[in-house]
Every structure is written in C-alpha cells, then in structure tokens.
Ligand binder design. Structure first.
Ligand SMILES: [Fe+2]
Length: 397
C-alpha cells in the first residue's frame, strides 16, 4: 500500500482508502478510478490524501511513476501505428479544425458578454481530436502548419491542442487524460480575450508595464475555466503554461518539481507553436530553428528530456513543412516516417532549378528505389511560392 496526495492520483489506480480529507463524505467502496472526471469529483469532495494499492494499478492506462519525471513514462503501444491513410483522415481532420474555430469564436463572445463557457463541446472536440490523432496524426498535424496571418489567437490555441494530443499519445498517456490535456490546451489562452488589443497585437517589444498586463492572461484563463466548471490538469495548463523550470516564468514563479509533467509539455508546445506561427508582422520560423531556440532554453526554462521526446514525436521536419530535395524539387512533407525521420513522404510541386511549378508528385524518401534525399527546409517566400493556393486547391492529403 502507498499513501499519496490526491494531486498524484491518476486514472487506472486502485484506491484502497481515504487517509485525509476536509469534508465528511465517505467513499463507499474501494476500487479503481477510471477517469479524470472521477478524480475531480474526489477532489471536489474535499479528499486530500488516499491510500492506493500499486499492485492493482492498471498499467496500460497510467504512467507508472511520478508524472513529473519524463523518463518514467512508458510506451505501452506502438504510437505510430496508422489506422487510416492521411488521405482518408484529412476530410475528418478539416471538419474538426473548422468546428474548433467556430467553438473558439463562440467562447470569445461568451466571455465578452460576461457568460461562462460551455465546456462540454470543448471536451467533445478534444475527444474528436484524440480519435483523429490515433487514426492518423499526420492529417491534423498538417493543418497546424496551414496558417492565416490574421487568425493567430484562434489558430494558436487549436494548434497547441492538436500538438499536445500528438505529444501525449507519443508518451503513452492514457486517453482520458489526453482529452483533459487537449481541452486545457484548447482554452489555455482564453484569458487573452481580456487583454487590451493594443498590448495583445503590439508588433514590437512590450514595455515593462505592458508586459505586466500581458502576464495577467494566464490568471484570467485559469479563472475563466474554473468559473466554467473545469478542474484538474486542464486548469493547471491554462494557469501555468508560462511558468519556467528556473522560477523565472509567470504568473506564480513556480520552479522545478512544482511544475507538473503536463504543464512542462504545454510550455514546450506553446512556445514551439508561437515561434513557428506566421504573424502579420513576422514570418513564421522553420521548425528546426524553433527547436534550436527551445534547446537553448534547456534546462533553465524547459525540460530537456521532454523536448527531445517532442522533437522525436513531431519530426525534425514536421508534416506540413516546405522542403527542398537534392533533385531541387520543392514540396511539402505530407507523411512522417518515425523510423527514419529524415526520409518522410514529400508532395513536390515546384522546381527550384527551373523556377516554376511542376506536376504534383508524391515521393516516399524511405523507398529504396528513390535516389532523392531531403536537402533542407525552405521558406515559401524563397521561391515566391503561394502556399495558400495549394491549401485551397487541396493538393494536400
Ligand atoms: Fe499564454
């Protein structure tokens, strides 16, 4: 038997008894906690500490040890198994992405009108994201790269949620928890709706006073989610995604083990997406450069071991990245190849040698018959390529 605080209780664990509580509620039966919602109920009932039977933990659904130690996350299944092809999945993924935008816009309106957010549709969407990621993560991953310059707040939250789901799946985290993580990620920046536009969209560096205003968004996010009835890891992500391991983050200045695995994951994904985002006043950074900046931030700001796993998971050249091959063909990475990350499948449509568009061709660089290889990631403007045109004409999977 082991006594743990309620904050360490995870779905799949067997609760033997309650050892500390503030309320008088009695748990009738011993048993397994199956969902995060069940854990939240216990927390809300004032349970502080419980005795668990580690021998009865369902190892398929729970990381084995402390969730702040990334090395203890054990992969129980092949996370790369693809149930559907990217082509089959893309239609569903696009529909989910559009639903996410509609839902975000509605949430913005609700908050502005002083109403609480209806969390249920967000959970449902998060669950839809997770199902899509488990069928074939490349489809949603590809959509995270197709950005409109003027939709940052909207798309950033959706992208962080998708990438969080892909990352959690890679770490072997159980599905119930993935839904909570992606729900939290979908709403992590909702507090920005209360940040004045001139601060939120200022192109240059923020003054000290403006930065203080900006910092408040994490607290607002937490408050909005709590008022809307959300608890647990989702609220932690919203309130703490700007915390850094050395304690120099905000709003609380928490450090080290005070920052959970899930919040550490969110902070990496959040910064990665912000760096690679196309903004009205700045071009998006290539993923490989964003990885370099994140690496420079280890171990002071980010968890290095976790960052390595994130890079492994989305690939050095993630799906949706524009690349040039040794044949001088230019195209988009459409399918990841985790066994050989430098040999993904690329849909080419431009010749750098001849400076013109070409017939669309799918090249699987891992195919032994292919003599072509990946030369480097490139920026669309290097070749004056209008990616929007390709997204609209759906040449992508
Ligand atoms: Fe934020």
């Amino acid at each position: 038997m082991k006594i743990i605080p309620i904050s360490k209780l995870l779905p799949g664990m067997f609760v033997q008894s309650v050892t500390k509580q503030t309320g008088r509620i009695k748990i009738k039966n011993q048993g397994w906690v199956k969902t995060q919602a069940g854990i939240d109920k216990l927390k809300n009932a004032g349970i502080l500490e419980i005795e668990i039977d580690p021998d009865k933990t369902l190892t398929d659904s729970v990381p084995e040890k402390e969730p702040t130690q990334t090395s203890t996350i054990i992969k129980k299944r092949d996370p790369w198994q693809k149930v559907h092809s990217s082509e089959q999945e893309m239609g569903k993924a696009k529909k989910l992405y559009d639903e996410a935008k509609t839902l975000q816009i509605k949430a913005f309106k609700d908050i502005k009108a002083g109403r609480d957010i209806d969390i249920a549709p967000f959970r449902e969407l998060a669950s839809g994201f997770m199902d899509s990621v488990f069928r074939n993560q490349d489809a949603l991953a590809c959509l995270t790269q197709m950005r409109q310059k003027d939709a940052y707040l909207l798309e950033h939250s959706i992208n962080v949620s998708i990438l969080m789901g892909i990352f959690a799946k890679h770490l072997g985290i159980n599905k119930d928890l993935i839904v909570e993580l992606t729900t939290g990620a979908l709403l992590h920046d909702i507090g920005k709706i209360k940040t004045p536009d001139e601060v939120l969209n200022k192109p240059g560096r923020l003054t000290e006073a403006e930065f203080e205003i900006m910092k408040l968004h994490a607290l607002y996010s937490k408050q909005i989610l709590e008022e809307s009835g959300l608890t647990g890891v989702a609220v932690d992500i919203a309130g703490m995604h700007h915390e850094r391991l050395d304690g120099k983050g905000y709003p609380y200045g928490k450090k080290g083990d005070e920052i959970s695995l899930y919040v550490r994951m969110a902070s990496i994904v959040d910064v990665y997406d912000a760096l690679t985002a196309e903004r009205v006043y700045k071009a998006g950074m290539e993923p490989i450069k964003a990885f370099k900046i994140l690496k420079d931030g280890c171990p002071d700001s980010f968890d290095g071991e976790l960052l390595t796993k994130f890079i492994q998971c989305i690939g050095i050249h993630p799906v949706g990245t524009l690349v040039r091959l040794s044949s001088q063909k230019v195209g988009l990475v459409t399918e990841s190849n985790p066994a050989t990350p430098l040999k993904p499948t690329v849909k080419t449509f431009y010749s750098a040698k001849h400076g013109r568009y070409t017939e669309v061709q799918d090249i699987d660089l891992s195919n032994k018959k292919t003599s072509d290889s990946l030369e480097s990631a490139v920026k669309p403007k290097e070749y004056n390529i209008d990616l929007e045109r390709f997204y609209k004409n759906s040449i992508l999977p």
